[in-house]
Ligand binder design. Structure first.
Ligand code: IMP
Length: 442
């Protein structure tokens, strides 16, 4: 069995897209298990660059089945747009793509509610991506959500939509003085989406379990990062899904006994988009340097990312709550030319030293990071493909990261291109070779 979950260990944007792309080559199935079109990553391959929001990037490989799991919230309009964009670039989307019939659907009122709620919060706003993610998951939990399968049953969809709009329109009109939504208009728009997507909708848990039974390799692709997870992140400044590894089971319908590895992707420094505490943030020349060299602008919203030193407290916490079996370190080359590098190993607050991630948001907002300094390196590491060729200072920096996580480093990324990578150990490698032809696992 070689089934692997890939998660972000920080606040998202760790460069999971490139790592997933690299691993997808060895996988038979790639499945997204949470989040929605709030995620975004760019994959640069030999010929082109592609931006993904919902479709797993494994779609670039012939013969890889790509699945949107039940834990994902789907904006059908955004999904169709993404599929059209990929198809226009020659990417084949057909029998190699499935969407869970249990995945919840984002409707226009979710975006309207989110926008109004964020505006009314003022300085306490979450800084969401504005994609309607939170309200859609809220409807799922209050049991009024609409699922992909419902779109294939027009009478059921109409009844659920009608019931929801009665309440939601009152809410929008009375509380936020906004215009409500017309049933017929939304119904017709979503029936159009259903027509386009119906052939992809399936019981994907059954497909995945059958694939695993047949010895196929499954890659579970996490979006966002551990510290945006609704349970283990910096709550309430988080996304509304389970971005940590546990979400791979609930978000796909595959039991924990069927998954044996968890890889944590960690950027060689720290970034965050949106609001919320960030103890090692450097809103000075250091942060500006990371932002410029690392091209730290969101792939979904284009917002500049906040940047800072590496945070070992975050990493240790991520290692624990995800049960990491290995690491992939990204963007090492962005640190080239720094004279000195800092790694945070604890937080100090009100005379107390925190080595473990505190749950108290006030502690996180007010704490002072405790740093240790390491020497930087002058040499350019961009494009280096062998560990041996790295400067000794970079090896020392990486060894410290490994030590903090207490798990081995399998991959080091030294640039945005596929081949700018050091593969120390391939976590999905085995004697089983993937066939070149598309394989049916349904
Ligand atoms: P939401 O997911 O749109 O509800 O946003 C909640 C928080 O998560 C905000 O701070 C967003 O900036 C952040 N967020 C959501 N998706 C991503 C992502 O893919 N990368 C980084 N931050 C994200």
């Amino acid at each position: 069995m070689s089934n692997l979950v890939v998660v972000g260990t920080q606040w998202g944007d760790e460069g999971k897209g490139k790592i997933v792309d690299l691993l997808a080559r060895a996988a038979d199935v790639v499945v997204r298990f949470q989040g929605g079109s709030n995620a975004g990553h760019t994959v640069v391959n030999d010929r082109d660059s592609h931006v993904f929001h919902l479709v797993p990037s494994g779609i670039l490989y012939r013969g890889t089945l790509c699945i949107i799991g039940n834990g994902v919230v789907v904006d059908p309009g955004a999904l169709i747009e993404e599929m059209d964009r990929l198809q226009a670039k020659g990417v084949k989307i057909g029998k190699n793509f499935l969407i869970s019939d249990r995945a919840h659907v984002i409707l226009p009122y979710h975006k309207a509610i989110e926008k109004a709620a964020e505006q009314s919060k003022g300085s306490r706003r979450i800084g969401t991506t504005g994609r309607g993610i939170g309200p859609t998951y809220a409807d799922k939990m209050t049991r009024i959500g609409i699922r992909m399968g419902d779109l294939l049953n027009p009478a059921l969809f109409r009844r659920k939509l009608e019931e929801n709009l009665i309440e939601i329109n009152v809410f929008l009109e009375r509380l936020y003085q906004l215009q409500g939504f017309q049933l017929e208009k939304v119904f017709q728009q979503y029936m159009g989406y259903a027509e386009r997507l119906k052939d992809y909708v399936a019981d994907t848990s059954a497909v995945l379990n059958k694939a695993i039974e047949r010895g196929r390799k499954v890659l579970f692709e996490g979006a966002q990062g551990t510290h945006l997870d609704v349970d283990f992140g910096t709550y309430p400044y988080v996304t509304s899904s389970s971005a940590a590894a546990g979400g791979a089971c609930t978000g796909t319908g595959v039991g924990p006994t069927k998954i044996n590895k968890v890889m944590g992707v960690v950027k060689a420094y720290t970034t965050r988009v949106g609001s919320g505490p960030f103890p090692t943030e450097m809103p000075d020349a250091v942060g500006a340097r990371f932002q410029e060299r690392g091209k730290e602008f969101g792939a979904t919203t284009g917002r500049p990312r906040r940047c800072g030193w590496f945070d070992g407290v975050l990493l240790r916490h991520a290692a624990r709550v995800n049960g990491l079996s290995s690491l992939a370190v990204t963007k090492l080359d962005v640190l080239d030319g720094c004279q000195e590098l800092k790694i945070c190993t604890g937080y100090r607050h009100a005379g107390k030293l925190y080595r473990d991630m505190p749950s108290d948001i006030q502690v996180l907002e007010e704490c002072e990071p405790v740093y240790e300094a390491l020497p930087g390196w002058k040499m350019e590491t961009t494009g280096i493909t062998s560990y041996k060729a790295l400067p000794p200072q970079a090896k020392r920096y990486l060894a410290r990261i490994e030590e903090l996580a207490a798990c081995p480093m399998d991959i080091i990324s030294t640039g945005s291109k596929r081949n700018q990578t050091i593969v120390v150990r391939h976590p999905m490698a085995s004697a089983h070779r993937k066939s070149a032809r598309p394989r049916r696992v349904r």
